[in-house]
Ligand binder design. Structure first.
Ligand code: HEC
Ligand code: HEC
Length: 651
């Protein structure tokens, strides 16, 4: 029996008795371990220091969850038992790892859905740019001057794990803040937004500057500020005036100080010092929402809703989600999410098609950009029109441009007035262009730059779409022999046949290659072809016992596994929304979200809503008792900027 986690919040946040996984399943798992693992994992010196007695009681599912998870993974990956030891059959193996995964989830959910920690994180480069843009109303990609962020957690560059502050950052942030304020000082719109008060008859400079800061600082820090905050920046203004700057320069100087404040650069949430789970504050929720769906600061409406204490009402949140997705700023979310999830961000980097073979990647900037944006705009349409996320697997629409239609060599109805603009359009029947699979961007990032690889494409589907990545290749596997001049031409299938025949290789390759073969009609950049190496392409594929032919049938096979797909998408999006890697605890949240999405016809907005309404998104776990919270690592340099005289002297 599978336990559901879609419990009402009251139940979820209260305590419920742990429900133990079924005894029978547990007994089976023990007999599996006895048969296949005992030879090495008992006694005084168990292999790898891992003794089976650690996992011989049902309570170990909770106490040794990490060990259980590692067993499931290593068994699933075929690493344990190691080569040479008696091997379980594929059925036994799958049964063990599936039971374990499910039991662990059940166990993790038994205590109710719990939110995770609320880590302090720096705004990443994109978020920083967008926030500066919205705060100062300037159109300037200021983040390009900052170092790039690495990926963490679920593979996104907004994961708290990776967002610390290096000395290089603090230097760059000071430069960027100066650049931004200098720029804003010359922009009409920006000045109008910022300089809301002037010293005039009856208003002192001080009073005017104070008024400006009182309005600017809460927006910059995304929450109400204290009188102390205001006087700190007012003293920056005053110091600058004393140094001989004129009134406006001094105001912008104070603004610049705010832009290097940790309160601006970091998303710091009030730690939960109580013993129980607490909702995050309204302002924190406003920031969580806006950085999730816009990658930027909350706008006036969100801040107002927070001020009015309205944000925690589910109906208000739902309405906000729909409104935020319709806003232009959600394009940034679509782009960052899709390009990192599907790997198309690498299209112009490590995954760039060879420009000798595919010169359009060198000399046709328009086509290149159409190719890159197609999956992004496709996903955005799903969000805006609230279409099923299953359209990502197959659809009767796509994003087209005249250039893409040419590349596809299909006659597509192109509205004349916007022929060059990407547009949402109906696909002819059997176009082979539904969903993301035939998209040039996807086909390119799952190929080598100079040739297709059914192995890479299969691995890409397993990983990006189904969330079941193949185990990493073993070392010392000889590379595929590249086609040589004079040697007989062989199709990719023929070249891969040898290792498909070898049982060791087949244990992984039978899962990957069979998926990729069905996509062989797409060349590296997604053009349709019927021949490879002068021979007709055989596009028959398989996944386990299921056989299929060509990309159309492959899409159907993937649709049959839609729950895997939706679960994976949910994992990715929840990880992105929370800006951290997911834990076992989060898997019950994921289950609950998947149920809700399924019950809502797999609609895209239902997914986003369910994430926003989820416990981890709206609540905060208590701080661990033992460790007091670490203050954000702010180099002294950044703090120093708030001390005016020194900073002014430096210039
Ligand atoms: C022929 C001996 C042998 C058998 C049988 C065997 N293992 Fe191992 N196992 C090892 C060795 C050696 C290591 C340490 C090297 C490594 O981690 O790969 C290890 C390591 C492990 C680890 C990692 C230890 C840790 O603390 O992270 C786990 C988990 C594990 N085995 C699980 C299993 C399971 C489950 C089975 C049965 C399905 C099994 N092993 C069967 C030899 C064996
Ligand atoms: C544990 C799983 C696993 C096993 C076993 C395995 N491989 Fe692989 N292999 C992979 C993965 C995953 C990739 C994709 C690598 C990547 O992402 O770059 C791969 C890639 C390859 C490629 C590159 C494909 C291309 O288009 O160039 C070749 C060739 C290959 N494997 C051959 C073999 C052979 C031969 C064996 C058996 C001796 C073998 N592999 C066993 C996982 C495996």
């Amino acid at each position: 029996m599978r336990l559901r986690c879609a419990l009402p919040l009251a139940v979820v946040l209260g305590s419920i008795a742990p429900i133990h996984a079924q005894d029978q399943g547990f007994a089976q798992s023990q007999s599996f371990l006895k048969t296949y693992c005992q030879a090495c994992h008992i006694g005084k010196t168990p292999a790898g220091g891992f003794h089976l007695e650690r996992v011989d009681k049902p309570s170990s599912l909770a106490a040794e969850a990490v060990k259980w998870a590692s067993m499931a993974r290593r068994v699933h990956n075929g690493e344990m038992p190691p080569k040479g030891a008696p091997k379980p059959t594929v059925d036994e193996l799958e049964q063990f790892s599936q039971w374990t995964t499910q039991a662990l989830r059940t166990e993790a959910c038994a205590g109710g859905i719990k939110p995770g920690p609320a880590p302090i994180r720096r705004l990443n480069r994109d978020e920083y740019s967008a926030t500066i843009r919205d705060l100062l109303d300037i159109h300037l990609d200021i983040g390009s001057a900052l170092p790039a962020d690495g990926g963490g957690g679920e593979g996104f560059d907004n994961a708290a794990e990776t967002l610390f502050l290096s000395p290089i950052h603090s230097e760059k942030y000071m430069e960027a803040a100066k650049f931004a304020t200098d720029f804003a000082a010359k922009e009409f719109k920006s000045r109008q937004k910022l300089l809301i008060a002037k010293p005039g008859p009856g208003v002192t400079e001080q009073q005017a500057a104070r008024k400006i800061l009182e309005s600017f600082l809460p927006r910059a820090f995304r929450q109400p500020v204290t009188a102390g905050d205001v006087s700190l920046y007012l003293s920056l203004f005053e110091a600058a005036r004393k140094q001989g700057r004129d009134y406006e320069e001094a105001v912008f100087f104070a603004v610049r100080g705010a832009l290097v404040s940790p309160k601006f650069l970091f998303r710091v949430e009030q730690p939960n010092r109580t013993a129980v789970v607490q909702p995050v504050s309204d302002y924190q929720l406003a920031s969580r929402l806006s950085y999730f769906l816009w990658g930027s600061m909350p706008d006036e409406l969100l801040l107002d809703a927070a001020a009015a204490g309205k944000l925690r009402e589910p109906a208000v949140l739902k309405a906000l989600v729909a409104r935020m997705l319709r806003n232009d700023r959600s394009l940034g979310f679509a782009q960052r999410f899709i390009e990192q999830w599907l790997g198309t961000r690498d299209l112009m980097g490590t995954k760039k098609p060879d420009t000798k073979l595919y010169p359009m990647f060198d000399n046709d900037e328009e086509l290149r950009s159409d190719i890159r944006l197609q999956p992004v705009l496709f996903f955005r349409e799903l969000l805006m029109q609230n279409l099923p996320v299953l359209d990502l697997i197959d659809s009767t629409h796509t994003i087209g441009t005249r250039n893409l239609a040419k590349l596809y060599e299909v006659k597509l109805p192109v509205p004349r007035d916007s022929a060059n603009q990407p547009h949402w359009m109906e696909l002819p029947p059997n176009s082979n262009r539904g969903g993301i699979l035939g998209m040039p961007a996807i086909m390119a990032v799952s190929s080598y730059p100079y040739r297709t690889s059914p192995v890479l494409r299969g691995a890409w589907i397993l990983d990006a779409m189904l969330g079941t990545p193949p185990p990493p290749p073993p070392p010392n596997v000889p590379a595929l022999e590249e086609a040589k001049a004079g040697a007989p031409n062989r199709t990719m299938r023929e070249r891969l046949a040898e290792h498909r025949a070898n049982a060791v290789c087949a244990s992984c390759h039978s899962r990957m290659d069979g998926l990729g073969f069905a996509l062989e009609n797409y060349d590296v950049i997604g053009r349709w072809r019927t021949e490879d190496a002068g021979k007709l392409i055989d596009n028959s594929g398989d996944l386990g016992p299921v056989h299929f032919k060509g990309s159309g049938e492959l899409r159907k096979v993937l649709l049959d596994r839609k729950d895997l797909f939706v679960r994976n998408l949910t994992n990715k999006m929840l990880g992105y929304a929370l800006g951290r890697g997911l834990t076992l605890q989060d898997s019950c949240t994921v289950d609950a979200i998947v149920d809700q999405v399924r019950n809502n016809g797999y609609r895209a907005q239902a997914l986003v809503e369910a994430i926003v309404l989820s416990v981890p998104f709206r609540y905060q776990a208590p701080l661990p008792v033992a460790k007091p919270p670490a203050a954000p690592a702010v180099p002294s340099k950044l703090v120093a900027v708030n001390r005016p005289p020194k900073q002014i002297e430096k210039e």
